[in-house]
Design a protein around this ligand. Structure first.
Ligand code: SAM
Length: 178
């Protein structure tokens, strides 16, 4: 099996806050090679992992087998995909920014369900080469917290952090549907 682009280890923010997240049905948006979906499955979530890349999802299934857990993979284009209304206890969105999905994420959560979200801020482009290039894929200052202002914000940070030996400019949020 070839290398995993973002590694097999889960995102550090997810790992640190997994205890805050409600167990149940989870959706991992743009799950990629499954590092976070598999971690959530290891922690007892029933995980749907959605991505447009067949190659990525095959690796995600291989990682799940390696860790002895099951995940459900959905090969879909999130530009088209309608998330079922009030289906999920948890929706995870890591390193993927499609603003028009936000309303669908909100609808897809059950009342009391939570979203965990982390992605790059515009400042990230000044730090180095990792990550996308086009400005539309980066969050503006305070944008993520504003996008979820009708949710209860349980955790929020934004700035430059050092994680996994690398500096990254990100916003991270956990919020609850009221
Ligand atoms: C930077 S990766 C992040 C993967 C994962 N969330 C993680 O943190 O490990 C972005 C992912 O978005 C997926 N993607 C891009 N456009 C998409 C679309 N329109 N629908 C579904 N997935 C898409 C890519 O295939 C890729 O796996």
């Amino acid at each position: 099996m070839k290398e995993f682009a973002l590694g097999k280890e889960p995102n550090a923010f997810l790992k640190k806050h997994i205890h805050l997240l409600p167990k149940g049905k989870a959706l991992d948006i743009a799950a990629g090679e499954g590092r976070n979906a598999v971690f959530m499955a290891e922690h007892g979530f029933d995980v749907d992992a959605a991505d447009i890349s067949e190659k990525g999802l095959k690796k995600a299934q291989a990682l799940a087998r390696e860790k002895g857990v099951r995940i459900n993979t959905f090969l879909i284009d999130l530009d088209q995909y309608q998330i079922e209304k009030e289906r999920y206890d948890l929706i995870a969105n890591f390193y993927f920014l499609k603003r028009r999905l936000i309303a669908r994420i909100k609808k897809g959560l059950k009342k009391g369900g939570k979203v965990i979200f982390e992605t790059y801020l515009l400042e990230h482009r000044t730090l180095g080469t990792e990550g996308p290039k086009q400005a539309k894929y980066f969050l503006k200052p305070n944008e993520l917290i504003r996008l979820f202002k009708n949710f209860r914000i349980l955790f929020y940070r934004e700035g430059i952090f050092r994680e996994g030996g690398k500096r990254k400019a990100v916003a991270s949020l956990i919020a609850e549907k009221r």
